[in-house]
Design a protein around this ligand. Sequence first.
Ligand code: AMP
Length: 369
Amino acid sequence: MTIGVVGAGQLGRMLALAGYPLGLDFLFLDRSADVPAAALAPLLVGEFTDRALLRRLARRCEVLSFDWENISVPTLRAATRGLRTRISPPLRALATGQDRLAEKRLFERLRIPTTRYAAVASRAALERACERIGLPGVLKTRRLGYDGKGQAVIRKRADIDAAWEALGGAPLLYEEFVDFELEVSALGVRARDGSEAQYPLTRNWHAGGILRLSVAPWKSAALSAQARSHLRAVLRDFRYVGTLAIEFFVRDGRLIANELAPRVHNSGHWTIEGAVTSQFENHLRAIAGLPLGSTAPLGHAAMVNLIGRMPSAASVLSQPGVHLHDYGKQPRPGRKLGHCTLVAATAKERNQRARALLRHLALSLAGAP
Ligand code: AMP
């Protein structure tokens, strides 16, 4: 079976790495030939808006999936019209995941607590939103925002000008600034027959809007129960097929949904070494119509993102028990180039080893475990 993947970044690359042992083949589509998944599978090069190219991709595969969510849903729908190719995850989830306003509305409809927000389409609407929601707050582009891009914090009224200057012109969303205690993500998978599995809760640390560190399982019975029920509600509402992640803030012991990703997610990379079945393999099992694998953890995992500058493999691997994933990308400030993972027998040992790894990589992270 051939899996077509729109987008050939590191997520696509790790999908292919997980899929070959299952006997799956891959065909990617991306805008450049110099992309992480190109080393693993054939690649069609062209724009994501190129209907004819998307149709060529769809014709050559049984299932079409994606490794990033900013693909035009109408184009994808038109490109696959009349073909037998299945699209997984479903297009409704893709459409929701690419618009922050649609995400908020979904969370509200499913009674999942989320940040207070207002849609902003003009400078006057931004003034009114700041008035109604209060300061500080975060102005975000509704679409195409990731890794903290397309965001501006508004702390005082005098910041409104600069925020509007930077982001005005695109449809926006203003939301309260959440003074959170911590950030967690819930990751789960749903198969075509409706069976589901959820990974244990993951705790995440971001810096400058980019994920730096994840540890799992994050053992909090109360938070895990909330996350399970929220994730289940979203998976069922979409009649979802594949892996899906929801990122939450935690304030006063309650989860507040920030955003969802209708795909495999950076905060789930620890599952490659740290769970019986990785998020990548489970995504593929789900979309290929295979039975899901166990999401049980194999210990206590930590995952550190390698951003902007790639340490040498020898340096990373000199740390006992540390696994390296190099995405083969050119270094650039703020760019995710790879990650490394360790799995320990206890949470205490994991935290100690994660701290030692961060020190070894000369990374400082406020509040790290
Ligand atoms: P996002 O692209 O929405 O996931 O934002 C990236 C990161 O920026 C989050 O993981 C938080 O660390 C921070 N952030 C985003 N929105 C807010 C908010 N409303 N309040 C506080 N921090 C935020």
